[in-house]
Design a protein around this ligand. Structure first.
Ligand SMILES: O=C(O)c1ccc[n+]([C@@H]2O[C@H](COP(=O)([O-])O)[C@@H](O)[C@H]2O)c1
Ligand SMILES: Cc1cc2nc[nH]c2cc1C
Length: 337
């Protein structure tokens, strides 16, 4: 169901890039980014994205009370308020770069009364399933609906972000399951756990993978056993964007784990994605490698909220400007040069 970005526009953009009045290859990754954008838009030169929209998927996680985070679960609800007030880290970045922020409370542990709220917190994955099968399908559809609404609002670039204490644990489990690697390769320090916390977190992911068993081979079962409502929604969001042919800029571990899961659900998603930044989480780098994506920024960011994607938006616009505005060498060289 996913149509790839235009091969014709990619070829034409590559030719234009090679013909610009710059030394061959001198635009490096910005050149590649412009070619990707042109392929996604099906036009050369590509337009600079002007309606960039971020969805931040929020939820609580049962593992948060099992010593896997440096912060208490109560921070999730508190930060929900901070984002809503426009005073979070990502809000500041989004204002700086003209990005629209939408907070989607899919699974925070409170009564939200909102139609997009799937449940109050997700299960502690080492002890129980995160979700029921029906909740997984519901959360995937919540994410898809959010993508459709943002596209209807005119989005020409969608960003995926996350919020939720403990969420790096299920996200690491999704990456381990998706890549078939052991817990210790994907687990990182998240909000900053110490060595004992890192060991507990690794044991939780290992136990969760053991508990899931062969269900880890199926992406929907993976979200049910090892994920969460907010992560399933983020996977549904990126899959829907790819189905609609709208490019996506990914953030840190959660966004990338969900893109990996979406690619498993429906191959072809990754071609519509670019990676905004390299997170400090090792699982994010491994998943990006599997998806064939090289992150644009490497700033040591580990905030989440979509911050690394928003920080990379100026680079996407810069790539479009370069392909669109730089002279062609053939126009400016004297005929005898
Ligand atoms: O984006 C990332 O790669 C990232 C890395 C570390 C932490 N975070 C953020 O921190 C929270 C999860 O960290 P933790 O330690 O509670 O699992 C959650 O709200 C994420 O947005 C995000
Ligand atoms: C303060 C705080 C802000 C966050 N934003 C995303 N994850 C977070 C985790 C904490 C602890």
């Amino acid at each position: 169901m996913i149509t790839p970005p235009s091969a014709e526009a990619r070829r034409e953009a590559g030719e234009r890039l090679g013909a610009l009045a710059v030394p061959a290859g001198a635009l490096g990754r910005l050149g590649e980014l412009g070619v990707w954008l042109a392929a996604c838009q099906g036009q050369v030169p590509p337009a600079a994205p002007s309606n960039v929209r971020l969805a931040v998927f929020a939820g609580d996680h049962g593992v948060a009370t099992h010593g896997v985070s440096a912060y208490p679960a109560a921070v999730t609800g508190a930060m929900l308020g901070v984002v809503a007030q426009g005073r979070s880290g990502v809000d500041a970045l989004a204002r700086a770069h003209g990005v629209h922020v939408r907070l989607v409370d899919v699974g925070v542990d409170h009564e939200s009364g909102h139609a997009l709220h799937v449940r109050r917190g997700s299960g502690a994955i080492h002890l129980e399933d995160a979700l029921t099968h029906a909740e997984t399908l519901q959360a995937l559809e919540v994410g898809a609906a959010v993508a459709r609404e943002e596209i209807a609002a005119g989005a020409d670039l969608l960003l995926s972000g996350d919020l939720g204490i403990g969420n790096t644990t299920p996200a690491a489990a999704l990456v381990a399951a998706g890549l078939g690697v052991p817990a210790e390769q994907v687990v990182g320090r998240g909000t900053g756990v110490d060595d004992a916390g890192l060991a507990r977190k690794t044991a939780v992911v290992e136990q969760a993978l053991q508990r899931a068993g062969a269900r880890a081979d199926d992406p929907v079962d993976c979200l049910t056993a090892l994920g969460s409502a907010d992560l399933a929604a983020a996977a549904g969001y990126v899959r829907e964007a790819a189905r609609a042919g709208v490019p996506v800029l990914l953030d840190g571990l959660m966004a990338v784990a969900c893109a990996l899961t979406a690619e498993r659900l429906e191959p072809g998603v990754a071609a519509w994605c670019a990676a905004g930044h390299r997170s400090t989480e090792p699982g994010q780098s491994l998943a990006l490698e599997k998806l064939g994506l090289e992150p644009l920024l490497d700033l040591g960011l580990r905030l989440g909220e979509g911050s690394g994607a928003v920080a990379a938006v100026p680079l996407v616009r810069a790539a479009a400007a370069l392909l669109g505005e730089v002279a062609l060498l053939a126009e400016v060289l004297p005929p005898d040069a």
